[in-house]
Structure formats: structure tokens, C-alpha cells
Design a protein around this ligand. Sequence first.
Ligand code: PLP
Length: 412
Amino acid sequence: MSNFKYKRNQLYCEGVNIKQIAESAGTPVYIYSYQSLVDKYKELSQAFASLKPLICFSVKANSNLTICRILTQQGAGLDIVSGGELYRVAKIKADPKKIVFAGVGKTEEEIRQAIKTKILLINAESEQEVEEINKIAGELGRNVPVGLRINPDISGGGHHYIQTAKKEDKFGISLERAKEIFLKREKFPHLNICGIHFHLGSQIATSQPFARALKKVISLTKQLRKNGIKLNYLDIGGGFFGSANKFAQAILPLIKGLGAKLILEPGRFLTAESGILLAKVLYIKERKDGKRFIIVDAGMNDFIRPSLYNAYHEIIPVVRKPQTANRKPQTDIVGPVCESGDFFAKDRKLPLVKIGDFLAVMDAGAYGFAMTSNYNSRPRPAEILVKKDKFYLICEREVYKDLIRREKIINE
Ligand code: PLP
């Protein structure tokens, strides 16, 4: 159930008129619905209720402190990939026993910090990393729970940039190598190698890739069991979107009886539909052949998914004008950045709009603000949270001063 809906032709987020937010907070601005975040979390946890999994929100999808805290208040754990994310989630006093840490290039300092924080699981992506964690754990006098991220050599996900589990991808350890590491686990006396992790990619709409990966993992766990090795955790990553119920129905029978605690790492599923990006129409260029360019005040630095992955996002006017419903063909919605790749929509049939109108880029709550940059020296947008009929500023808009805050002019 979306919490972004038209009421009398005006777009609302929960009980707040979006136009009112645009006028008070300015544009571009990200707007999130509190209720959507809660609903999506409940949808997933209810679908998997029979196994009581640990649902670790993938912080990279939306690392705003308030968004992360709303999800942890619902019971979520967190999936992190850097020391910076660990720092962030410490600020919201997230329970370390619900934090898992992935990433192919963890630095010594990041590993040290994760061990000191006593997080649930470090998911290692190479044998060298296992050795490194073991060394640091020894220095700190700790016994550290570790999972091995395997690379099941399976394709899943949309754009090839967001596939992560083919053998040619940089992620994870092959199943054979993982088995070897498990078998020689006494070589790592400061580790408890007790988990298997995989993450197949993003925007995976069917459960088949998961089922295929799970079959391989289950075969590995059987071989390990024969060697007296029992797993505590099975972390099947994120990447899924669509119906949580269908996904759970396909996955649950495969993992029941495995005896390991199931961990999920959803990012997009929990936050994508919970957020929009709001932009204002600056100019409209109309070519003689009828092609239109709507130039808005948000650019690829504010929302890069269409440019980077050719991602499709619905774009709708904040005020719907039924009298202009006759749609015009061939409209590109583009930003002000000096790149032809700076677009939000290409060749869409969109209703007529005029200068000063507000447009909403839908489903922008995941990998939206989190992937912003200052390219073209553009300050990052603000972020707003709507809860019922109130809205709150949860991240201030950057100002020009922020752009040069860390720079120095050297006169040599
Ligand atoms: N887990 C890991 C290890 C990831 O790399 C990612 C995304 O890149 C996720 C979870 C979340 O993926 P999604 O947002 O598609 O659910």
C-alpha cells in the first residue's frame, strides 16, 4: 500500500500535501514516508515469521540516521559495508549483536573497529581476509564470529553493474575454496567460522536465483556436517524485490531444517517505495519535431540511478491537471548537470507541465540520497520525513560553504 497518493488531484505523502513541503523546504528534496518503512518491514518479517530471521537493513541503500533508526526500532538489524557505516549506526545506538559486515576490501582499521564493537558476524570475502581477521582478533584477545561470503556463480539482478555472484565478479569465495577454509579452521584459532553468506545482486524479481544458490549452499553444508562442522548462520543477502510472501514461500521450504539462523539483508525492498525525489521544472524546450525536454532543478548528482543503471522511475506531477491529460509523446526529463547522461526519463509520454511545477520521481528511497555527490559543485538536497500529518527535516540541504569546507588554497 503506497503512502504517496493523490487527494483531489494533489499528491500527498501520508497526511501531508507534497506541495507544502516543496514550498517550505525547497527543491530538490527527498521525502520519505514513516508508515511505508514500517509497513515494508512488517511485510517482510511476517512473510518469514515461521523462521524468525534476523532482518538486517542494508545501510548502503539509505544511510540517513533517522531512516536507519525507524527500522531498528521495528526490530531490524543492520548490514554494513564500511567503517563509515559502522560509525553511523553507532550514533543510533544500534544493537551490535544485530550487525553484519560485508565488503571485499575491509581495512585493518575497519576490522579492528568491528571486532571491538562486538558485532554479530564479519562476512569475509577471501582467505587473506580470514587470516587478517584472525590476526587482529588475536591481538585484541577476542574470539570472533565469521561467515564466509561464497560466490555461487549465479546470475541474478538487473543491470550487469548490480550482479554480484558470477564467478567473474570480485565478490566472495568459490564453494570449493570455502570448504577448504572450513576444513582447516584450526589454522584460525581466534575465529569461530560459523556462517555462510551470499548476495546475488540487486533488483532480483524472482526467487529462482536464490533457490539455485541455496541448493549449492545446502550441498556444502551437508559436506561440512559430515566433517563435524555446524553452521550457526545462513545469510542470504539482499537483492529481492516484489512480493515478500511469494519470495518466502519459495525460500522457506529450502532452508527449514538447516538449523542455522536465517539472516536477510534487504535494502531496496525496505526503502525504495518509501521515498520520492521532488524536483521543480525550470525550463521546457520544445523541438520543431515535437520532442520535449523538461529541465528540472535536480540532476544526476542528486539521483544517479537512471544515468548509472538506466533504471526506470515513474515521474508524476505533484498537482494533477485533468484538463491536460492528453499526453504528449517523446519527453525527456533532464537535469542541469553538464552531461548528456544527466537524465531521469527518456522518451516518456507525460502530461503537460509548466515552469515552476513540481515533479515527483517515484521509488527513490533506495540508492537515492545515498549515492548523491557534489558533481558540478552542486550542494546535496535536503531530506524530509513525513509521519501522519507532520513533516520533519532529517537532513539539511547543503550550502555553498559545505562544498569547500575541507579545501585549502596553496600558494606555493
Ligand atoms: N547485502 C549486500 C552484501 C549488498 O552488497 C547489497 C547491495 O549491494 C545488499 C545487501 C542490498 O541489496 P538490495 O538493496 O538490492 O536489497
